[in-house]
Design a protein around this ligand. Structure first.
Ligand SMILES: Cc1cc2nc3c(=O)[nH]c(=O)nc-3n(C[C@H](O)[C@H](O)[C@H](O)COP(=O)(O)OP(=O)(O)OC[C@H]3O[C@@H](n4cnc5c(N)ncnc54)[C@H](O)[C@@H]3O)c2cc1C
Length: 463
């Protein structure tokens, strides 16, 4: 926990350099006390809005001198409590570092400051016929997306932040500014520090710039939906689509509980039954052929009502239920947050994982819709618990633990895309085994005082 005298001295020093961009107001602290998760809100002592690498470095050095914790903050849309100030300290809000620094249409890459959001980048590069394909649903910052190794629906077609970050600039826990990676498409040069920082959730440094791969907008996109009689048949059809080599760019599953919730939330009339949502990119001929093949494969598993479209408005209508999943879940009980799971397994084990999870979810004493990026073997069960009923949260946690153990048994991971944050630290320990000690060694070497987003990813001595 940060000591009030240390925080006061830090506040004085920071104000000398950053002036009004240092705040201890209850409103600013409250706004930075949480992400969108169910975890208990805890405010930092101070919030700062740096505008340059030098200012970030100054904040970090000042905090290290006074042994005060630091928490990087992107847009606060993450779901595992990564920005919560469990140890107090100084939150660095990166939103004022929001310049697109460079776009190279020929090499299809761009360098942005960490606070640039993905919608902002996509608007910026649209004139070149390019876009950034990683889509975590929310308009998150690219620094936050790198820090959580985010992905989303399009990862089956274009990869995650792991594949799409070419390099980074970061302020390390000692205040030094380093650049990792280059713009080359491949490199064998030494330890891969880019991939060490991607997914480090603010525990190894503050990312200030991200160099990203861009993708050419497809000539044509087709979106499709298909309903099934059972979850088993839905997963089997998804597996066949992947196995046959159809170039699918999104492949999403919603169970009947999720479809019902989406119907209510968005006033839709989808059949209340497990449903696959598909998307294909390519030439007009290619997407037509992919859609036709997917329909045939779905038909072998009893898929019915297969519909597909290429016009944007028609595609949006078909996919509406998928777009609104998260908010539709919250609306089931009008709650501000829910407990979500995020396991990911090899595709060949997906059927066992989803079918078992679905059986367990149906036994829970609260609604628990299932949806996910099944094209990657990643899916979520959203436990819509009553925030005033601790017994429900305990049941959700027990369910989440059970699901993690199942995923690990099936050679998978406790989190496909949301990260560890506060909520999955014990799950990471089970998943990593002895490798957890290697992670601790790296953390200690880079951040000997344990000041960089303490208590996240790895448990500290006091929690
Ligand atoms: C409706 C909805 C749908 C979502 N769907 C998906 C999905 O499909 N896939 C997916 O992956 N995620 C999804 N998310 C979660 C979220 O959008 C991602 O985790 C996103 O990457 C968080 O980015 P952020 O800028 O909001 O980060 P924040 O929430 O601000 O921070 C997240 C973590 O990153 C650290 N961090 C932030 N910025 C930096 C930085 N510059 N340097 C170092 N550390 C930093 C923070 O300390 C924290 O630990 C969804 C969220 C919502 C609300």
């Amino acid at each position: 926990m940060s000591n009030q005298t240390d925080v006061d001295s830090v506040a004085v020093r920071l104000r000398e350099q950053l002036g009004e961009r240092v705040s201890a107001s209850p409103e600013d602290r409250g706004e930075h006390a949480h992400d969108v998760s169910y975890h208990t809100h805890q405010p930092p002592d101070l919030v700062v809005w740096p505008e340059t690498d030098e200012e970030v470095s100054f904040v970090v050095r000042t905090c290290v001198d006074a042994r005060v914790p630091m928490i990087p903050f992107g847009t606060g849309t993450a779901v595992e409590g990564g920005v919560i100030a469990t140890h107090g300290g100084v939150t660095l809000d990166l939103r004022r570092m929001n310049d697109v620094l460079r776009v190279d249409p020929l090499n299809r890459d761009a360098t942005v400051q960490a606070g640039v959001t993905r919608f902002q980048l996509n608007d910026h590069v649209a004139e070149h016929g390019l876009y950034f394909p990683v889509d975590p649903g929310a308009d998150a910052s690219l620094g936050g997306m790198a820090a959580t190794r985010a992905s989303g629906a399009s990862a089956v077609g274009y990869g995650t932040m792991r594949e799409n970050v070419l390099g980074l600039k970061a302020v390390m826990p000692d205040g030094s500014v380093v650049e990792t990676g280059t713009r080359a498409r491949k490199s064998s040069a030494g330890y891969d520090l880019t991939r060490l920082l991607v997914g480090s959730e603010g525990t190894l440094g503050v990312i200030t710039e991200v160099t990203l791969r861009l993708t050419r907008k497809p000539r044509c996109t087709s979106a499709a939906v298909c309903a099934f009689d059972s979850i088993d048949a839905t997963v089997a059809a998804a597996f066949d689509v992947l196995d046959t080599g159809v170039r699918v760019t999104r492949l999403e599953l919603l169970d009947e509980v999720m479809i019902e919730a989406a119907n209510q939330y968005s006033r839709l009339e989808n059949d209340v039954t497990p449903t696959l949502f598909l998307e294909f990119h390519g030439s007009e001929t290619a997407v037509a052929e992919s859609s036709r093949l997917a329909e045939e494969l779905a038909g072998r598993h009893g898929g019915r009502g297969f519909r597909w479209a290429t016009e944007q408005a028609d595609r949006d209508r078909l996919w509406r239920a998928r777009y609104d999943c998260y908010f539709a879940c919250l609306a089931i009980r009008d709650v501000p947050a829910a407990y979500g799971t995020d396991v990911c397994v090899p595709i060949s084990n997906l059927a066992e994982a989803v079918v078992t999870a679905k059986r367990w979810a149906d036994e829970l004493p609260f609604p628990a819709p299932v949806f996910g990026h099944v094209g990657d073997g990643n899916f979520h069960v959203i436990c819509v618990v009553d925030p005033n009923a601790p017994v429900e949260l305990a049941a959700a946690r027990a369910f989440g633990d059970r699901l993690v153990d199942l995923a690990l048994r099936l050679d998978g991971t406790c989190t496909g895309e949301h990260g560890i944050g506060l909520g999955k630290r014990d799950a990471l320990a089970r998943e990593a085994g002895p490798a957890l000690d290697v992670m601790r060694t790296i953390k200690r070497a880079l951040d000997p005082y344990g000041l960089m987003n303490p208590g996240k990813v790895l448990r500290g001595g006091d929690d």
